[in-house]
Each structure stands twice: as structure tokens, then as C-alpha cells.
Design a protein around this ligand. Structure first.
Ligand SMILES: NC(=O)c1ccc[n+]([C@@H]2O[C@H](COP(=O)([O-])OP(=O)(O)OC[C@H]3O[C@@H](n4cnc5c(N)ncnc54)[C@H](OP(=O)(O)O)[C@@H]3O)[C@@H](O)[C@H]2O)c1
Length: 234
């Protein structure tokens, strides 16, 4: 039997996008507690409590100038990005006929284009090192059609197509790309779009964050492609 040496990934410097709330905040906090240098990005990150040492950077992923300014700041502080965790997203739940053009622009602009722009900048910086990981957070709405989520599903199915294609493109360059697809999570911020929604049966973002980090830290001889997390037993 041929024995392969363990190849744990280096995870010293990580960008977490959408770190002001919900899943992204939980990922940023857990990684920072483990000693990772975390660049925590969101539009309202300055108002967000974070463990000491986390580098907060105000960033709007719908705005290319803001993305460029963010990467300039990161480039000044680290020579190598070990992982990008794309957690920024927004929900939209309403009949298709009530959807506005601005909502279409915003949902696709954040959930699809914004995440792609972030991945592109991180990928270009990872290529010379032939190392790095990109995690894109979709949803079970990346896998299932939902009648009140036409635009959200479009953004999340699109993100999954991007993620799977980038995974193939990145693999020969030593870069690992992983799609994470959670079911409903307990995030009041995310579910503001459905006032009064009962979140009691939903997943804890902290638990999803723990699973995501486990996959991120898994041996590089593994190629985890898709992590689907739905609610199990109580
Ligand atoms: N909650 C759920 O039930 C659920 C289920 C499955 C998948 N998801 C997906 O999981 C991811 C995280 O969701 P969540 O529940 O943690 O949502 P959340 O609590 O609303 O957090 C979303 C994060 O995205 C950031 N964000 C939104 N627009 C942004 C922009 N233009 N530029 C930069 N950051 C932006 C928000 O920060 P700022 O507002 O400060 O910018 C916030 O930090 C999303 O992709 C979501 O689609 C959520």
C-alpha cells in the first residue's frame, strides 16, 4: 500500500466577505479565535464587534472601486492570501410580478457578480503561489427551484455554476474551490425580507461555520467539492 504524507492546508491569512452578520461573522470569529489573520469585509463592518486582531475593512462588493481599494489594503498587509470565504449575500422572497428592476440588479450584483469579482481578485493573487482556497456560499436555493425565489435562485444557481467551473479551472493550479450550500439559517439580518418569519427550525450559523472551517482545514489530498447542510434531527 502506498502511504501518502498528510498535507494540511496552510491557513494563516483569510478574507471573509460578509463578516458583519450571520454565517460570515461566525466564520470570521471562529478563525480569528484559532489564530488566523482574518480580513473581515462588509459595508457595515466598522459597527461590528470582532475578536482582537481581526482586520476590519469596509467593502461594498457591488462597487468595483471599493473592491480595488479593499485589495490594495489587504496587499499592504499580507503577501499571500490562503483563503477567500465568500459569504456576502442578500435574500429576496416575493412573487415574480412584484420584483423590481433595482432588486434584480442588487441580488445578482451581490450574490453573483460581487462574489465573482472577489473570487477573481483572490484567484489572481493565489496563482503565483500555486496554493489557496476559495469557498463560495450558495444555498439549497442553488440546488432547488423555489417559486417565491426566482431571482435569488437565479443568483445562487449561477454562483454554483461559477463555483463548479472555477473548481475545474483552479485544480491544476493547486487552488481548491469549494461550494457550501446551507439550508435556512437563523439570521435575523438575512430574513428582514420576510418580516415575522419563524426561524426556530433553522440552522445555527455558528454550526454551519464550524463545518465550513472543517472542510477548509481538511487535508489537501482531498478535493471536497460541495458541502450541503440541511437540518437534521433535534
Ligand atoms: N440565512 C439563511 O437562511 C441562508 C440560507 C442559505 C444560504 N444563505 C446564504 O449564506 C450567506 C450568508 O447569509 P447570512 O444568513 O449570514 O446573511 P446575513 O446575516 O444577512 O449576512 C450577509 C452578509 O453579507 C454582507 N453584504 C451584503 N451585501 C453586501 C455588499 N454589497 N458588499 C459587502 N457585503 C455585503 C452583509 O453585510 P453588510 O450589510 O454590512 O454589507 C452581511 O455581512 C449568503 O450568501 C446567503 O445568501 C443564507
Amino acid at each position: 500500500m502506498i502511504e501518502t504524507k498528510p498535507r494540511p492546508p496552510v491557513i494563516k491569512s483569510v478574507i471573509v466577505v460578509g463578516a458583519s452578520s450571520g454565517l460570515g461573522k461566525a466564520v470570521a470569529e471562529q478563525l480569528a479565535t484559532q489564530g488566523t489573520t482574518v480580513f473581515a469585509l462588509a459595508r457595515h463592518i466598522e459597527d461590528t464587534t470582532m475578536p482582537p486582531g481581526v482586520v476590519k475593512i469596509t467593502c461594498n462588493i457591488r462597487d468595483l472601486e471599493s473592491i480595488d481599494a479593499t485589495f490594495s489594503k489587504i496587499d499592504q498587509q499580507t503577501g499571500q492570501i490562503d483563503a477567500l470565504i465568500n459569504c456576502a449575500g442578500r435574500g429576496l422572497v416575493k412573487p415574480f410580478e412584484d420584483v423590481t428592476r433595482d432588486e434584480i440588479m442588487d441580488v445578482l450584483g451581490i450574490n453573483l457578480k460581487g462574489n465573482i469579482y472577489m473570487a477573481l481578485e483572490a484567484y489572481k493573487r493565489m496563482l503565483p503561489f500555486k496554493a489557496g482556497q476559495i469557498v463560495n456560499v450558495g444555498s439549497t436555493s442553488s440546488l432547488k427551484a423555489r417559486e417565491l425565489e426566482t431571482i435569488y435562485c437565479a443568483s445562487k444557481w449561477g454562483l454554483r455554476g461559477f463555483t463548479e467551473s472555477l473548481r475545474l479551472a483552479a485544480q491544476p493550479h493547486g487552488i481548491r474551490v469549494i461550494g457550501v450550500y446551507p439550508g435556512g439559517m437563523k439570521s435575523d439580518h438575512f430574513w428582514q425580507v420576510v418580516p415575522g418569519k419563524d426561524l426556530s427550525g433553522y440552522l445555527e450559523p455558528t454550526l454551519v461555520a464550524k463545518q465550513l472551517i472543517q472542510v477548509l482545514q481538511s487535508d489537501l489530498s482531498l478535493a471536497p467539492a460541495e458541502l450541503v447542510l440541511e437540518r437534521g434531527q433535534n
